[in-house]
Design a binder for this molecule. Structure first.
Ligand SMILES: [Zn+2]
Length: 81
């Protein structure tokens, strides 16, 4: 998927980190949405705003979602979530 660069540097950085960890970006809403490596309804996702009011906070929000995600690429967790 060809992802447009996010206009904010911090958010772009967070999105890149997500992608490096196997998250997938899809266009949706005001900019896009990130889906964790687990592509089913148990997987995590986070909306990314193209024009967040507070970009620093938004970037941290994205990083938090990445950190919270127990579904790392290559790992299988079919048990409790
Ligand atoms: Zn996840």
């Amino acid at each position: 998927m060809n992802r447009p660069r996010h206009p904010d540097k911090e958010v772009e950085e967070a999105v890149r980190q997500a992608e490096a960890l196997g998250w997938t970006w899809r266009p949706q809403g005001h900019w896009g949405r990130l889906y964790c490596p687990r592509h089913d309804r148990e997987g995590c996702q986070i909306g990314v705003n193209g024009t967040p009011r507070n970009a620093g906070n938004h970037a941290r929000q994205i990083l938090r979602a990445i950190n919270r995600c127990p579904h790392g690429a290559g790992e299988r967790d079919d048990g409790d979530v």
